[in-house]
Design a protein around this ligand. Sequence first.
Ligand SMILES: [Mg+2]
Length: 233
Amino acid sequence: MEGITTVFIDIDDTLWWFSRNSEVALETTFRLMGCSEWCHDYKAFHDHYEHFNHDLWQLYNHGGIKKEVLEVRRFEQALEASKYCCDDVDELAAAMNTCYLDQLIKNHHLMPGAVDLLQYLHGKGYQINAISNGFKGVQERKLEAGGMNRYITHLVLSEDCGITKPRRGIYDYAMQLCGAEPQQIVMIGDDPTTDIAGALGAGWRTIYLNVRDEACPSAHHTVSSLLEVKEIL
Ligand SMILES: [Mg+2]
């Protein structure tokens, strides 16, 4: 890729193995909050949570709800769908969210090749920045895992600029921070919409990390592992 000076990289399921860490965190939360006493089907609870969480994130990414609402409602809806019928469902949901986020950052699985790639890009002289819709305190702690933060110049979070990926404003905000022109920037991410479509809209080049076997023909390059990025940059 010619003329690239600046790399923006997504965090969840690109650098930090969110899906794997989240599985452990959710199951631990379910157990620690005593849910197994009234719900004997963890799998069903898990599937409800994933379903509602996914839909709420779509809403959040498009500016439809606030972070605080997403955090509690995903657990509230999963509890209700699992036939939890006490009056304190909102309190339990809030407590579960706190427990889940706490557990989430205790799990440190990184995507294969994450640190290796950051070291490589750093060695080649690229400025490396992270860009994410995830929550501030949580995302900062994820980057501390494996010492990834030492390679990151700017951490661009939707919470800081008030605009979520894939909306244009966060990419403009990111460009202001790093001082690079669109044609000098490449975005690496696992989400065809928030990462790839968003970055294309800002005139950036794109490398799509295909981890869910879901094609993204609009990306400039598609890789199936982070280490393949070394052949492009
Ligand atoms: Mg991601």
